[in-house]
Design a protein around this ligand. Structure first.
Ligand code: GLN
Length: 446
């Protein structure tokens, strides 16, 4: 009730939800009360949260912030959602996002933008802007987002909350509407590192319905986060502190690094020389996979269908023309081009080779450090409309986060101060499956 009242009070300004589900929330809350009364409760039982509208929820429309899926009501839950529900979680509604998770500001939603609770004239980041803004504004205790190139960490950073992108394969992608299948991962946004650890624990684990889900033993992410940083070796990659990073962001992150050092970690400068290829590599691979994944929206199987045309091909063309917004169309065109005969070797194959170099850089550096510390975003929250006219400027914002997805690694964004009154986030990157170490470092810092 308290969270529904909070939503009632601030949602008209923040606009972090696409769909609100108050009746279902109250029903789930009552069920949670019963679980608590009978002693069957889990850590997240009865805790109200938001789910990004890219994860399927049975009986609740799942739009991906697109006209294409405006009226699409799934018949099943994504595995991550299902796990939360079976542990007594309470869903308040579905979170706003950039259409099909393509964007960095939550301005590409087909319905409405979301605004940053710290300054309503600014963006919350994206694509999981609803997740960042709902947690920062107190509309939800935590949220699930998805991170293909930074979409959990970057909005967390811009909204002054914590965001975790798990190692590829840790959280099932079953029921997560696919954008770029080799990069997508579901992750939590929360007020604290400890909260994110609990949510990860609830959603992680093997799922036979996702062939890329890792068959790992059950992990306990929340216990052990208070082990401190004494003796841990941190690397600061010089390539993440160069052009384009705002002075205030650099200062805040450098200060955070000094704090970690004073807590007992050792810090050294390291180099990841292939970082310079990451942005170009991502913007070939992600659109290529998107062009294949989004081919399914043909007006026949799901969602919007334009029936005005004379024949089948015309209907598909009209459906896609009207169903997709401009950024999604741009990505599909880029990906189709990069994969087409005659260009495949020059673009897609080359990007996959660069991907190998980027992975190797990380593998080499993790032989001598336990984790890397970088800014999450080179900039703080920017004014609404500031970058919508220039897609390349928007792409550049993910320069620090996308190498992590390219290499399938885990990374955590933790608030580390302010620049001109706006939150700054520090990113901790670790080797594959090093979530416990990242959570430990983040918790020691916060
Ligand atoms: N901003 C990046 C993009 O537009 C990453 C998005 C994401 O992580 N979903 O592709």
């Amino acid at each position: 009730q308290a969270y529904l009242e909070r939503i009632e009070a601030v949602e008209a300004q923040v606009r972090s939800f696409i769909t609100l589900t108050p009746e279902q929330a109250l029903r789930q809350a009552e069920a949670a009360d019963r679980m608590l009364a009978t002693g069957e409760a889990f850590p997240l039982t009865g805790i109200p949260m938001q789910i990004k509208d890219v994860m399927c929820t049975a009986g609740v429309r799942t739009t991906c912030a697109s006209r294409m899926l405006e009226d699409y009501v799934p018949v099943y839950n994504a595995t991550a959602v299902d796990r939360l529900f079976s542990q007594g979680a309470v869903m308040l509604g579905k979170g706003n996002m950039d259409e099909f998770a393509m964007g960095s500001s939550c301005e590409n939603s087909a319905f409405h933008p979301t605004f940053n609770p710290w300054d309503l004239g600014r963006v919350p980041g994206g694509s999981s802007g609803g997740a960042g803004a709902s947690v920062a504004s107190g509309e939800a205790v935590y949220a699930l987002g998805s991170d293909t190139g930074g979409s959990v960490r970057q909005p967390a950073s811009l909204c002054g909350v914590v965001g975790l992108k798990p190692s590829y394969g840790t959280v099932s992608r079953y029921g997560l509407v696919a954008f770029a299948s080799s990069l997508d991962q579901i992750g939590p946004v929360g007020r604290s590192v400890a909260d994110c650890a609990l949510v990860l624990e609830a959603i992680a684990g093997h799922d036979p319905r996702d062939a890329t889900s890792l068959p790992l033993p059950e992990a306990n992410y929340a216990s052990g986060i208070d082990r401190g940083v004494e003796g841990l070796r941190l690397g600061v990659p010089s390539e993440y502190f160069v052009e384009g990073i705002e002075d205030g962001v650099r200062r805040a992150v450098e200060q955070a690094i000094a704090t970690l050092e004073s807590l007992g970690a050792s810090v050294r400068e390291v180099s990841l020389p292939s970082t310079k290829y990451a942005l170009a590599c991502y913007y070939i691979i992600a659109p290529s996979e998107c062009s294949a994944n989004l081919a399914r929206y043909d007006g026949v199987k799901y969602g919007y269908s334009d029936q005005q045309a004379d024949d089948m091909w015309g209907a598909m063309e009209q459906t896609r023309r009207h169903g997709f917004g401009p950024e999604v169309t741009r990505r599909i065109m880029l990906g189709t081009f990069a994969l087409s005969a005659g260009y495949y070797d020059a673009y897609y194959l080359k990007a996959q080779q660069a991907r190998t170099l980027i992975r190797q850089d990380f593998a080499t550096v993790f032989q001598s450090v336990d984790a890397l510390v970088t800014p999450t975003s080179p900039v703080v929250a920017f004014p609404v409309g500031d970058k919508t006219g220039d897609p390349l400027q928007m792409y550049l914002i993910d320069v620090c986060t996308l190498p992590v997805n390219i290499a399938g690694l885990p990374a955590l964004s933790v608030p580390c101060g302010f620049s001109d009154g706006l939150p700054v986030g520090m990113q901790l990157i670790g080797p594959h499956l090093s979530e416990p170490t990242l959570l430990q470092i983040g918790h020691a810092y916060e």
